[in-house]
Design a protein around this ligand. Sequence first.
Ligand code: GRF
Length: 219
Amino acid sequence: MSAHVTKKRVAILISGRGSNMVSLIEAARAPDYPAEIVLVLSNRPDAAGLTRAREAGIPARAVDHKVYPNRTAFDAALQKELDAAGIELIVLAGFMRILTDAFVEAWAGRMINIHPSLLPLFKGTHTHERAITAGVRLHGCTVHYVVPELDAGPIVAQAAVPVLPGDDADALAARVIVQEHRLYPAALALIAGGGAVLEGGRVRLGEAERDAGAALLSL
Ligand code: GRF
């Protein structure tokens, strides 16, 4: 890939500490990375990630959901920020606000999320605790396209970790987040670079990307 690659303009939406956001910002500094992070938005003005984004030189703004009368008005405020920045792809990274179906449909095929489980297992919250309770031997994280149904969209990439004897939710979360920080930049590169294509409700990897996709499985 040449250094003259046209980079996709990406906004990252956060609600909290933003550790995945930081890993994406760092990866996107590489000259041949196919996406640039041009905006960070948080629905919580006090999100630590906003400060981290600004420290990294990325424009970062709060769109406080509390000042809007309903979800439609909040989503319209988000859309306005995204339009103003010429955003082509949205990356959700610990964004804890439900988006309206209309917003999700408007961004269909252009919005991804990371979820801390091997989907379709353990949709929703408390995934690490639930994995331990279920007694699974493998756990991990998934990058998927966002669809109106929560944590249900086409899967782009996954990484797996073992569940070890004696693990509690915190120990398991710590093992998974290391993989999230590898997986998300790799998955965004696949999408922005055209190596992963949405087709008939599933994600097809290009020939050259199949090995790279498989290599993300790490135990
Ligand atoms: C991550 O575990 C992610 O999978 C989930 O929310 C958490 C966000 O963490 N969706 P961070 O804000 O990126 O540190």
